[in-house]
Structure formats: structure tokens, C-alpha cells
Design a protein around this ligand. Sequence first.
Ligand code: CTP
Ligand code: CA
Length: 224
Amino acid sequence: QLLGQRTGDLRGRHIVVSAGPTYEPIDPVRFVGNRSTGKMGFAIAEAARDRGAFVTLVAGPVALETPWGVHRVDVQTVAEMLVALEQATADADAVIMSAAPADFRPVSPADHKIKKAPGQETLAIELTQNPDIIASLPGGGVRVGFAAETRNLADYARQKLPAKRLHFIVANDVSAPGSGFGTETNEVVIFHDDGRVEEFPLLSKYAVAHLILDRVLERLQPAD
Ligand code: CTP
Ligand code: CA
């Protein structure tokens, strides 16, 4: 059940947030994944709830408690995340794509655990590219993406804005101290579709979440 607060500037709005990595199976016991812990997305879900929104949180495999009052949908793979987000965003006022979907998945996952042969030195696993979830979602209202980079942050982030039809993108250097995977803090730059750029200091992920939601609020269509 979706629970909304009685008060708050996002009261009555439906905000969809994705969080965490995806796991793409290699065989029944192994996967291709990444270091995302889901903390940024869970912080956004909490902050949106605190501002009165109905929140759907589509979460990859993470070790985090479901925030109180948030509707959580658990998924494993990019294919599952895509289906969950298509459903959740059908009536959404905003979609905030903070998940780290795996860019590639094994072409043909093995039905049984892969066994090593004596003397075998290498194992090749062929990967195929996953669909871009946010780019393939038709609507969703206000569209927010993230860009996790280790170099050329501004160039890469700016390229992702039109390619994914985003209103703005939240970029962070995941190799900088205090930013990125598993930290409680984040240092972000927000690039808007109208060319505006906003740089922020190192902040808690919950504080970054509110900065993002302030900007979502500015872009929302008037409530019916
Ligand atoms: N994203 C997505 N579907 C994917 C990959 C990424 O929706 N299959 C989203 C992420 O959730 C994020 C944004 O796209 O909001 C940017 O993700 P990022 O990994 O930085 O960019 P990619 O487009 O995957 O490009 P690359 O990893 O090559 O930099
Ligand atoms: Ca990627």
C-alpha cells in the first residue's frame, strides 16, 4: 500500500525511484554486477516520503531496510527493472533513475553451476548489451538521471541528457573521496537540459536527495 503524508510540498504526487545494482546471472550461483549499494536511491525515497509523496522504490539487490511508508518492488536484472519501472511510471509525476543497471549481461546463462576443468586457465563469458531503461521509458513526468563517472564528468554527463531525454542529470565523480559507492555522502554537479550547471559541496546523501527533489518540484506539471 502506498502511504502519503498529509503535508509536504510533494503531497499527492507519485515519485518513482530506482536504486541499487542489477545482478545478471552467469549460472545459478554467479552474476555480473557492480558496486552500487542503493544508498542514494533509498535516501531519495525517504526524502520524497518526508515531503508527502507516494513513493515507489524499485530496488535491485541491496542490503538496506525498506523505508517506512515506501512501496518497494524488488528486482534482480535489468529486464526485471525495466518491467517494474514501466508499470510504476505509468501514472508517475517523476522518475528518478539512481540505479546502476548492469550495461551488459551474459548471452546465455548456464542452467547448472559452471565447473572448472583440471588445468583450465581461462574462462570466457560472452556478454550482450542491456537496454537503456530510462531511455526506453516513454513518459514518467519529470525525468532525472545520474551519471557516475571517473573522468570527463561534464562531457559525459552533458551527452547523457538528450540521449536519455532527461530534465536534469546528477553527476558525480565516483573516484573522488566521500563520493560514490557505499559512502554516506556525495559531491554532485547537476546539469540541466537548458544548459544551467549547479555545483554542490560534499553533502549527506539525504541532503543531496532534497536538492534533487527541490528541482523536481520546480519542473512538475500543475496538480489536477
Ligand atoms: N541507465 C539506465 N539503463 C541502463 C544503464 C543506465 O536507465 N541500462 C541510467 C542510470 O540509471 C543513470 C543513467 O542511465 O540514471 C546514466 O547511467 P550511466 O551508467 O552513468 O551511463 P550509461 O548510459 O550506462 O553509459 P556508460 O556506463 O557507458 O557511461
Ligand atoms: Ca552504465
